[in-house]
Design a protein. Structure first.
Length: 658
């Protein structure tokens, strides 16, 4: 691999909401000279909060991308949303980051969402630095938060600084590596590293005098390998610790790799819209390069499009850079067919995704009778292109538009965006929980679709329950001599579609479907016969196996004044929840547990009300589980049920002809 002309870091800034993430980013931009004056989240002037709704609410809704330089290193920085309703943005950013800074609050400690992000960072093996912020807050306890971080995140977190005071007395942190050899703090740091790494333990026990510069290099190597995680301290709102954080990023993080002369390999990880230039595809390149006017192959969509312009877009500002090369992030215009997640060129160098976001609620959108339906549908579809998890569905017969969302804050933001960007006033129906179904037992589904002619498709499926969280596994054991490959491919393509609505109207998951028999007719079979037959065969099988209802379950952490603890535990039991023995901490009770989403939708507001705002409720999705027998949830089926075969065949054939 040839040496790149400059070192480059792609760093994601991640945190739980209110840990001070956007404030930290703003101070990083200021200290690096990228901006001349500091913006404020509270005043709505932060550069990375460029949307109107972000400025109004003081929260980040979209990931913001900005470049800066620090001590010869070019840094692409991504400030991600902290609110759980916008985890899809975090998920997309994680995929294209080489390194991460996780911000923890010295006052609030490790929050549930911090754990979820940490799990994703570890799954993707992304080198991570911890920035313990808000050291100047009353009640800040850096030792307790370090213990928490080592318990909840990783035992391999090692502070590389010494805090000077805490709370209102906090005045910064000293670099432990700058201590004199043999100083207690330096010895403690080296011993902490040695305790967590066998090679370093051998080196330490060899009796040789540890040289701080050498051990700092060992820290950088192990940070790059995700074996150790350095921790630094600061108070971003006062600008304390920001320069040291930048130094730590350049000291410990590995630079982005990639060969500009190699074949193109990149991913579209964000889609936005420019009023003048149209669709903006945010692209991370892993190898190769793209220049203005280049033809770019979209591997996922099987199409070629011309890159009309390549820009850096930051906080509403744009700069034409003319070329994007391996290791860098930029905006490519002209890719009208691109969608989030598409691979450009070869997919070989593109890393896997970390699935964090799971829309658990579905809502119907309402608008005034005088508003053109198509205007609303087009606007919502445009937003769904930018966030595929919205999964916008227009039900033609019912004339209803439905979307999937993460929570109520997301609905407020969508309402604001539809108003300011499209001039549309909409309201939302009451959110309803998205359930799923899974087979009760193994069974077979059979269909002989031979009437009314001309048609011929015979299929037999074996349907078996799968482990929780396994999704759909499909395979065929039918020989190509019995069923031609093109017909088998059509069947395989239609199985996931057929499972979108089960016996109760919900998506069917956690199952294995095996095609065990298939026949076609030399003269009578049409390729689309298998598109018609597959849903009938699958539904026939589900009718035989029966299905169980699955509901989404949340993992929760609730902190309340001690006197409210008894009521919270009783409430959790009433909501069909479970919880661990509570922990008492400074007059507050910390209760961790799991609770069904359906029973706890309104609970955060109720909790805040009876504790008079002196509580915190954090939660994240923890999987789907079987509902108790007395819980039922039916969803109105869209279209004709394939179990009513005669009616279904007529409706589908008419649609296919149309």
């Amino acid at each position: 691999m040839t040496e790149q002309t400059e070192k480059r870091l792609n760093v994601g800034i991640f945190a739980h909401v209110d840990a001070g993430k956007t404030t930290t980013t703003e101070h990083i931009l200021y200290e690096s000279g990228r901006i001349r004056s500091l913006g404020s989240v509270d005043e709505g002037t932060a550069l990375t909060d460029s949307m109107d709704v972000e400025r109004q609410r003081g929260i980040s809704v979209r990931s913001a991308f900005i470049s800066l330089a620090w001590k010869g290193m070019k840094v692409n920085l991504v400030d991600t949303p902290g609110h759980v309703d916008f985890m899809s943005e975090v998920e997309r950013s994680l995929r294209v980051m080489d390194c991460a800074v996780l911000i923890l609050s010295a006052a609030e400690g490790v929050q549930a969402q911090s754990e979820m992000i940490w799990g994703a960072l570890r799954k993707l093996n992304i080198p991570t630095l911890i920035f313990m912020n808000k050291m100047d807050r009353i009640g800040a306890d850096h030792e307790a938060v370090l213990d928490q971080a080592r318990s909840y995140l990783s035992g391999s977190i090692v502070p590389v600084q010494l805090p000077l005071g805490s709370g209102q007395e906090y005045r910064g942190a000293a670099d432990t590596w700058a201590e004199e050899p043999g100083a207690p703090a330096l010895t403690e740091l080296i011993e902490a590293m040695a305790e967590r790494d066998e090679e370093l333990l051998e080196l330490y026990m060899s009796g040789e005098e540890p040289k701080p510069a050498d051990w700092k290099k060992h820290m950088a190597e192990r940070t790059a390998d995700c074996r150790l995680f350095p921790l630094v301290y600061g108070a971003a709102a006062k600008g304390l610790g920001i320069r040291e954080l930048l130094d730590a990023m350049t000291d410990y993080f590995p630079s982005a790799g990639g060969e500009p002369a190699a074949p193109l390999s990149g991913v579209v990880f964000n889609i936005q819209r420019d009023p003048a230039m149209g669709r903006m595809a945010y692209v991370r390149l892993y190898s190769g390069s793209i220049r203005n006017r280049d033809l770019v192959t979209n591997h996922t969509r099987g199409l070629q499009e011309k890159a009309t312009q390549i820009r850096k877009v930051e906080g509403g500002r744009a700069e034409d850079i003319g070329m994007l090369e391996a290791g860098d992030i930029g905006v490519v215009y002209g890719l009208a067919g691109a969608r989030v997640g598409d691979c450009l060129g070869s997919p070989d160098a593109v890393p896997e995704e970390a699935r964090l976001a799971m829309p658990l609620l579905t809502v119907r959108i309402h608008w005034d009778a005088g508003t053109d339906d198509q205007r609303v549908i087009a606007a919502v579809q445009e937003l769904a292109d930018e966030d595929p998890l919205l999964d916008a569905q227009w039900l033609q017969e019912e004339r209803e538009l439905h979307i999937k969302v993460m929570g109520p804050i997301q609905l407020e933001v969508l309402s604001s965006v539809l108003d300011t960007r499209f001039g549309l006033k909409v309201t939302f129906g009451k959110p309803s929980v998205i359930y799923k179904e899974t087979p009760r037992q193994a069974g077979e589904g059979f269909i002989a679709y031979t009437m009314p002619k001309p048609c011929w498709a015979v299929l037999r499926f074996l349907i078996e329950p799968g482990p929780p969280g396994s999704g759909l596994r499909y395979e065929s054991v039918v020989r190509s001599s019995d069923l031609l490959p093109q017909y088998q491919n059509e069947t395989a393509r239609r199985v996931p579609e057929a499972l979108q609505q089960g016996l109760h109207g919900w998506e069917v998951t956690d199952l294995k479907v095996t095609l065990v028999e298939g026949q076609h007719h030399v003269w009578h079979t049409h390729p689309l016969d298998f598109a018609v037959a597959t849903p009938m065969g699958i539904m026939d099988g589900l009718a035989r196996t029966g299905t169980k209802l699955l509901e989404p379950v949340l993992r929760v952490r609730i902190a309340v004044p001690e006197e409210n603890g008894g009521r919270v535990m009783n409430d959790l039991a009433q909501m069909r929840g479970s919880f661990q023995p509570p922990v008492l901490l400074d007059g507050r009770m910390i209760i961790e547990g799991r609770v069904p989403l359906a029973t706890s939708l309104e609970y955060p507001q109720e909790l805040s009300s009876f504790t008079k705002g002196r509580s915190t409720f954090t939660s994240f999705f923890d999987g789907y589980e079987e509902c108790p027998p007395d819980v039922t949830a039916e969803r109105t089926r869209r279209g004709v049920n394939p179990l009513d075969q005669a009616k279904y065949i007529l409706s589908v054939r008419k649609a296919l002809q149309g």
